[in-house]
Ligand binder design. Structure first.
Ligand code: SAM
Length: 292
């Protein structure tokens, strides 16, 4: 079934009494060139397991199922599985799990459904929870090799920004810790039904076997990253003094130990400098120099 044919898609949805939910971020892809490209570049191939989040009516799912060993999709909307049963009827390697991707036990799902296959994630994400989904996938340290997702264009730039780039933020640092990100290709707003207000882009995150830096306290390092970017117009020293509640004189000492310039702004700091700074703060704290 040509799910990218707008008239056919409308007929299918009407027949099932389906109405789009803005709250669930439902914008379905109707540009026929996007899904085959996403599936190819996302690594769907024989012997590979693919986890898809939010299959919608299955336009990307079909392209994944054609290429991969097995596809498991997590979909929140209970109105969609009956439609998917029709649109994906020709495939015997697809399973739909009804649930919220923020709550489903993904570790057990991957272990139970993919039986040792290499696993990738490929999805046109619901934009209202792009960052929480990506952080959940990365922080849970799932046994996945790559994440290829459609996100809003601005989000793509932020997620893939390197230190020193204008778009760089706390999320860029978090992504860079877990993965090597890159923007694959842009997708215009007109490629969706209904069309969203902004353009999109497909990005791919290749998960690192191990993070590029080794802070003594990972949580503290990310606390520093968030604190520094929360007030990005201030120097990191001023921003962190406020967010951590540490006096500037004491904090200056940590900057000196870490060899980080007190006058820097957050986007100029490398991940290594954040790691060194968090180690220096941790050492001062251990020495009882301040409490927080
Ligand atoms: N993959 C389809 C496509 O490309 O046309 C649909 C993509 S649409 C942008 C996002 C999909 O995610 C919808 O099917 C929506 O119902 C689903 N969704 C929204 N929130 C979700 C959640 N928390 N967990 C799982 N699926 C969700």
């Amino acid at each position: 079934m040509a799910l990218t044919d707008r008239a056919r898609l409308r007929e299918l949805l009407e027949r099932h009494g389906f109405t789009f939910s803005k709250a669930m971020g439902q914008n379905f892809l109707v540009n026929p060139s996007v899904c085959p490209r996403m599936a190819e570049l996302g690594g769907a191939a024989p012997g590979v397991g693919v986890l898809e989040i939010g299959p919608g009516v299955g336009v990307l799912t079909a392209e994944l199922a054609r290429r991969a060993g097995r596809v498991v999709c997590v979909e929140l909307d209970p109105g969609l599985p009956p439609i998917l049963a029709e649109t994906l009827a020709e495939f015997d390697n697809v399973e739909i799990v009804l649930g919220d991707v923020m709550e489903v036990d993904l570790q057990s799902l991957i272990a139970g459904r993919f039986g040792g296959m290499p696993v990738v994630v490929c999805a046109n994400l619901p934009y209202y929870i792009t960052t929480p989904i990506l952080m959940r996938l990365l922080e849970s340290r799932l046994p996945i090799e790559a994440i290829t997702v459609m996100v809003q264009k601005e989000a793509a730039a932020r997620l893939c920004a390197a230190p020193g780039e204008r778009e760089c933020g706390a999320i860029s640092a978090a992504i860079a810790y877990y993965a090597e990100p890159r923007v694959l290709f842009p997708v215009s707003a007109g490629s969706f039904m209904p069309a969203p207000k902004v353009d999109s882009a497909v990005i791919r995150l290749d998960l690192r076997p191990k993070p590029p830096v080794s802070p003594g306290d990972e949580r503290l390092m990310f606390e520093l990253v968030r604190g520094a970017f929360a007030q990005r117009r201030k120097t990191v020293l001023n921003a962190l003094s406020a967010s951590l509640g540490i006096g500037k004189d004491e904090l200056t000492q940590a900057f000196r130990t870490a060899g980080v310039d007190c006058g820097q702004r957050a986007e100029r700091l490398t991940l290594q400098q954040f790691a060194d700074l968090s180690d220096a703060v941790r050492a001062l704290r251990a020495a009882g120099r301040f409490h927080f």
